[in-house]
Ligand binder design. Structure first.
Ligand code: GLC
Length: 537
C-alpha cells in the first residue's frame, strides 16, 4: 500500500528517520548540527522515501545527557536555532510529505530546570520539593541513600544536597526524577504535548515511558515480587490514556510512540491498547543476536503480542543509545551492547556490513513501522577510537571509564568531501565530536549513484517498500538457519543466516538483494526480496 500523505493511520507502516540534531548537519558553522542544517537537508530525506522524522531533544539543555536533561520544554536550544525556525522546519517538512515527531522527556528534568532550582531554594518540606522525590537518608545521620535502587546509568540514583536531603535521579545526577503522583506534573506535561501538537508536530516519542511512576514510599527493590518499584507500574496506563485523549482531539490525530524497555511481551502490549499509545519501540528485535532462530522467535513473539491489541509492530535496528549495526554484527557476540560495551572488542567490519545490509532488507520487509537512525543508511561503523578527552556520555563517566559510552554512534554525519568535516560543517570547522579519517567513501556524495553502496540499497528498498509491500505475513518453508516469508501480492523475503547457500522458493524472481547472488543460491549473510506468483496472504 503506497503511503498517501493524508492517511490518518500513516503511522501503521511509516518509515521514520531518526535525526540526532547535534550531528546531522551544521548550518551556521559552529561545529554543532542545527535546524538550519536540517532544513537544508530535508529534500534528502524526502527523496530517500521517509514518511516522518523523529528529532532527538532540541530543547535548551546543559547537555549532561545529550539533551535528555531538559531545562525548558517549550523552547529550542540557541545552539540549534529558534522556536520560529522549528515551526518553519515542521511546516517545510510537511510540504515534502514528512511528518515531525518531537522527543518529550517526562521522567526527569535538568537540574537547571526552574522547577528544580526552585525546589532546592525552597528547602525541606516545601511544596516545590513535592514535584520531585526528595527524601531523608538512612543511617544515623541520614548519610546513606533512602533506598537500594540502582541508576539506569549505573551507580546510586540518589544525590545528597547541602541541607541533608537526597533526591532521586534514575539517570544522571543532573536529571532529577519528577514526582508523577503530583497533579501539577501531569498538567504540565499535558500542556507540553499541546504546545508541540499545536505547532504541527504529528506525534511525540516518549522518553523512558515505562519509568514515570514510582511505588509510594519508595521502598527497597524486592527481587521475586511481581511489581517493580519503578518499572512498568500499572498506574502509568491512566497517564497514557489521558495523553491519547489529547492526541485524538486534533483534526489529524497525533501519534504517541513509547520508549518502553519491558521484556514481557504481554505487559508491553498493554501500552498499545486502542486508548493508549499508538506504537512502541521493539527493543526485543534490536537486542537479538544475528541468528535465524533468535530473530524468528522475536518476529513471532512481536507479531503475536501486537495482534490482540490491534497495534502495528515497530522494527528498529539501531538508535543513539546502541552500538551501530555494522560494528555490532561484525563481532563474535552480535547481541546489542548497552552497559556491556567494552573498549577494543575485535570486529570484522566487512562481515558486519554484509549482515547489516541483510538486516536492512529483513527489517524493511516486516509488517509495521520502521525506524532508521541517521547514518545507518550510510553503513557507518561505531567510532571506537574517539579521543578520551572528547567523550561526553555520562554512561562512560559513571562506569568509572570502563564503558566507552554512546558517543561512538553519535559522530557527525559525513555528507561529502574526502576529509573531516566531510560537508557536515563548513571546511575548517571542527565538529563537536571528531570524525575519523577514512570516511571519504562513506559520504552521501560518494555513495550516491553507486549501485553497490548501502545508501543505494536503502533508497531502492525504501521505494520498493512503499510501492510494493503490504498486507499479511506468513513464513515460507525453509532450512532452520534461513528466514523466508511472504507478504501480500506475491512479495517475499529470504535471509540466509547459515553457512551453506540457500535456494529461493521455486518460481521466485529476485527484485533486490543485499549482496551478489550465486549460481547455487543465496550466499551466507545475504537477503533477497523476490516476487512469486503462488503465495496468497
Ligand atoms: C532514553 C534515551 C537516552 C537517555 C535516557 C535518559 O533511554 O534514549 O538517550 O540517556 O532516556 O533520558
Amino acid at each position: 500500500m503506497a503511503q498517501q500523505p493524508d492517511r490518518r493511520d500513516w503511522w501503521r507502516d511509516a518509515a521514520i528517520y531518526q535525526v540526532y540534531p547535534r550531528s546531522f548537519a551544521d548550518g551556521n558553522g559552529d561545529g554543532t548540527g542545527d535546524l538550519a542544517g536540517i532544513r537544508a537537508r530535508l529534500p534528502y530525506l524526502a527523496e530517500l522515501g521517509f514518511d516522518a522524522v523523529w528529532f532527538n531533544p532540541w530543547y535548551p539543555s546543559p547537555l549532561k545527557d545529550g539533551g535528555y536533561d531538559v531545562a525548558d520544554y517549550r523552547a529550542i536550544d540557541p545552539v540549534f536555532g529558534t522556536l520560529q525556525e522549528a515551526e518553519k522546519l515542521i511546516a517545510e517538512a510537511r510540504d515534502l510529505g514528512i511528518r515531525t515527531i518531537v522527543d518529550i522527556v517526562p521522567n526527569h528534568v535538568s537540574d537547571r530546570h526552574p522547577w528544580f532550582r526552585a525546589a532546592l531554594a525552597a528547602g525541606i518540606g516545601s511544596p516545590e520539593r513535592e514535584l520531585f522525590h526528595f527524601a531523608e537518608g538512612r543511617g544515623e545521620r541520614g548519610e546513606l541513600p533512602p533506598n537500594d535502587w540502582k541508576s539506569e546509568f549505573g551507580g546510586c540514583p540518589w544525590t545528597r544536597i547541602a541541607d541533608g536531603q537526597w533526591y532521586l535521579h534514575l539517570f544522571a545526577t543532573e536529571q532529577p526524577d519528577l514526582n508523577w503522583a503530583h497533579p501539577l506534573v501531569r498538567q504540565e506535561h499535558e500542556e507540553i504535548l499541546r504546545f508541540w501538537f499545536d505547532r504541527g508536530a504529528a506525534g511525540v516519542r516518549i522518553d523512558s515511558a515505562g519509568l514515570l511512576t514510582k511505588e509510594p514510599g519508595l521502598p527497597d527493590f524486592e527481587p521475586g515480587v511481581d511489581t517493580h518499584p519503578f518499572v512498568d507500574r500499572d498506574d502509568l496506563h491512566g497517564i497514557y490514556r489521558s495523553w491519547r485523549a489529547i492526541a485524538d482531539s486534533y483534526e489529524e490525530p497525533r501519534v504517541l510512540i513509547g520508549e518502553i524497555w519491558v521484556p514481557d511481551t504481554e505487559r508491553f502490549a498493554r501500552y498499545l491498547r486502542p486508548d493508549e499509545l499508538h506504537t512502541a519501540f521493539n527493543f526485543d528485535f534490536l537486542a537479538r543476536p544475528w541468528s535465524a532462530a533468535e530473530l524468528r522467535a522475536s518476529i513471532d513473539g512481536t507479531l503475536a503480542a501486537h495482534a490482540p491489541v490491534g497495534a502495528p509492530a515497530t522494527w528498529v535496528l539501531a538508535n543513539h543509545d546502541v552500538t551501530r549495526t555494522v560494528t555490532r554484527y561484525g563481532r563474535e557476540d552480535t547481541r546489542f551492547q548497552f552497559a556491556t560495551k567494552r573498549f577494543g572488542t575485535p570486529t570484522d567490519l566487512g562481515l558486519g556490513l554484509r549482515r547489516a545490509r541483510a538486516a536492512a532488507l529483513l527489517s524493511l520487509a516486516l509488517p509495521g513501522s520502521l525506524y532508521l537512525y541517521q547514518g545507518e543508511e550510510l553503513g557507518l561503523p561505531e567510532v571506537e577510537d574517539l579521543p578520551l578527552s572528547s567523550l561526553q556520555d555520562p554512561m562512560h563517566f559513571r562506569s568509572g571509564g570502563t564503558d566507552p559510552g554512546r558517543d561512538g554512534c553519535r559522530v557527525p554525519i559525513p555528507w561529502s568531501g574526502t576529509l573531516p568535516p566531510y560537508g557536515f560543517a563548513a571546511d575548517g570547522t571542527e565538529p563537536w565530536l571528531p570524525q575519523p579519517a577514512g570516511w571519504a567513501a562513506l559520504t552521501v556524495a560518494a555513495q550516491t549513484g553507486d549501485p553497490d553502496s548501502m545508501l543505494e540499497l536503502y533508497r531502492a528498498a525504501l521505494h520498493l517498500r512503499r510501492e510494493r509491500i503490504a498486507g499479511g505475513f506468513g513464513w515460507l518453508p525453509s532450512a532452520p538457519e534461513v528466514l523466508a516469508f511472504a507478504r501480500a501480492d506475491g512479495f517475499g523475503c529470504l535471509v540466509n543466516l547459515g553457512e551453506a547457500p540457500a535456494a529461493l522458493p521455486e518460481g521466485a524472481e529476485p527484485v533486490l538483494s543485499s549482496g551478489p547472488l550465486a549460481e547455487d543460491g543465496v550466499p551466507s549473510d545475504t537477503a533477497v526480496w523476490f516476487e512469486i506468483l503462488d503465495t496468497r496472504l
